[in-house]
Ligand binder design. Structure first.
Ligand code: PEP
Length: 262
């Protein structure tokens, strides 16, 4: 059992219509009572943020509202982009940065990811920085090289004090949305290397305090085992975050990993 508060995020990606998003938020608000033991954030599509935020607020839910993406410039001629201030305005307090779909489908480079991390932290928000290797990198024995590299690039210029608002999500790209999960031993080994890298980049206190979530086909049937590992502090959940009973079961597994019933 670690002193770190487990943290579970639900990345809804480009799924659900407005009504479904509100229904899901409302079911989660009804079912999640372990806010003191587990931090929880949901990341709906931009267009649903305001109404999901309202659904959570109406039930006084501790579940936080997060944005899947944003642009780091404050305003201006950036057609199609959404600023941090606009997202704060609709109640988002957590920003997802560096998700593998943004890195590898949309093509975001490490420099942009770093700009986004810095801008979100400067705006006083929390950040979940996602990192993870592709299958060919894993097969070429480059897993740790890729993850520590993405970590170092993503966190360049982030101060010790700002690290209190940073969570890392280790998401092996080959496990995202594929049904393939890293074994809990493999995931633990990589999480341990990421924590060592945080020690190199910062210090012992920060390395021990930062939460490292696992993401990649995490579901109720494997969450207990994954979250019981010493360096796995919860999860970033995609597919299983779209069903309230699955996401609530994962939150319960996180609460149990902290030794406290949800
Ligand atoms: C994710 O999108 O961050 C993710 C982990 O997806 P899934 O749980 O569907 O693999």
């Amino acid at each position: 059992m670690s002193a770190r508060k487990p943290y579970v995020g639900g990345n809804w990606k480009m799924n659900l219509n407005g009504q479904q998003a509100v229904e899901l938020a409302s079911q989660l608000a009804d079912g999640f009572t372990a806010g003191d033991q587990v931090q929880a954030t949901v990341f709906p599509a931009f267009t649903h943020l305001e109404k999901v935020g309202k659904a959570l607020d109406d039930k006084n839910s501790p579940i936080q509202l997060g944005a899947q993406d944003f642009y780091h410039q404050p305003n201006g001629a950036y057609t199609g982009e959404v600023s941090i201030a606009m997202l704060k305005d609709v109640g988002a307090s957590v920003m997802l940065v560096g998700h593998s779909e943004r890195r590898h489908v949309i093509g975001e480079p490490d420099t942009l990811i770093n700009d986004k991390v810095l801008a979100a932290l400067e705006a006083g928000l929390e950040v979940i920085l996602c990192i993870g290797e592709k299958i060919e990198q894993r097969e070429a024995d480059k897993t740790h090289h890729i993850n520590t590299g993405q970590l170092g690039y993503g966190l360049a210029g982030v101060s010790d004090a700002q690290m209190a608002r940073v969570t890392i999500a280790y998401e092996p790209v080959w496990a995202i949305g594929t049904g393939k999960t890293a074994t809990s031993q493999d995931a633990q080994e990589t999480h341990q290397v990421i924590r060592q890298a945080l020690w190199f980049l910062y210090n012992d206190d920060i390395a021990n305090a930062v939460r490292i979530q696992y993401g990649g086909s995490c579901k109720p049937s494997n969450a207990v085992e994954l979250f019981s590992q010493a360096d796995i502090d919860g999860g970033l959940i995609g597919g299983a975050a779209l069903k309230s009973e699955d996401f609530l079961a994962i939150l319960q597994a996180a609460a149990n990993s902290a030794g406290v019933p949800a």
